[in-house]
Design a protein around this ligand. Structure first.
Ligand code: ZN
Length: 237
């Protein structure tokens, strides 16, 4: 039923029909948890003779109408996934973009006002700057126009990498790990930033200021429901 709501939301968005753009838009619109639900295991890890019938049958089993655009987008994901698994291409990093695509590097950095796209900290090449793929690298591609790239600070990028491990629900999101939960974990920090998007007091976003995550109730623990995102310039630290 989750998948059905995903697809009806997808249909209501009126996304473009270009398969490459569509895939990227789809990934940005929905959490990756829902995206992965639509991918048949056989197409990712097996060797089906043809992907399309397997994808269509999988969507039908989920109660989703296998519309051609959606099937095409999923085919794009599984093709990329298998190619990446076979190590047919190397994952580019920030240095590749900096050296090989200087104009795109400058354009992305300027569109982000020189700041991390999530927390707004100032980015410095060679210090705290990392390349992030909007559509995960193993599902998507690296179009030469840079449209699948954004720049994150190293802390946000690590937080994003850790995120799926607990994103199964709020119960696990609020879980306490005895060894590390005495301070703000990078995945909780990243999830808080994504949830709030901007300062809950001033409304300023990551293009304008460095956002920090703090506790709502000081005597509580560092769990997701006890965090909030605020403009770092408003806080005396
Ligand atoms: Zn950041």
């Amino acid at each position: 039923m989750v998948a059905r709501s995903v697809v009806s939301a997808y249909e209501s968005l009126g996304l473009s029909t270009n398969p490459s753009t569509l895939s990227r838009e789809l990934a940005e619109q929905f959490s990756f948890r829902l995206l992965f639900l639509l991918l048949p295991q056989e197409c990712l890890f097996g060797e089906p003779r043809r992907d399309t019938p397997v994808i269509e049958a999988h969507l039908q089993a989920l109660g989703v109408v296998p519309r051609p655009q959606l099937v095409k987008a999923i085919k794009f994901f599984v093709d990329n996934f298998r190619a990446k698994t076979r190590q047919e291409s190397a994952k580019p990093g920030i240095t590749d973009v900096y050296i090989r695509y200087p104009k795109i590097y400058e354009s992305i950095l300027s569109s982000q006002a020189g700041r991390c796209a999530v927390c707004g900290v100032q980015l410095h090449y060679g210090v705290n700057m990392q390349l992030d793929h909007l559509l995960p690298w193993h599902l998507g591609d690296d179009p030469s126009d840079g449209s699948n790239w954004q720049f994150l600070c190293d802390v946000c990028n690590r937080g994003k990498g850790l995120l799926p491990h607990y994103s199964l629900g709020l119960v696990s999101a609020n879980w306490i790990k005895p060894d590390i939960s005495h301070s703000l974990a990078e995945d909780i920090r990243y999830a808080s930033l994504l949830r709030d998007r901007r300062c809950i007091l001033s409304g300023r976003g990551p293009r304008e200021t460095h956002l920090i995550v703090r506790k709502k109730v000081q005597s509580g623990c560092w769990v997701l429901d006890n965090t909030e995102t605020v403009d770092g310039s408003l806080i005396h630290r």
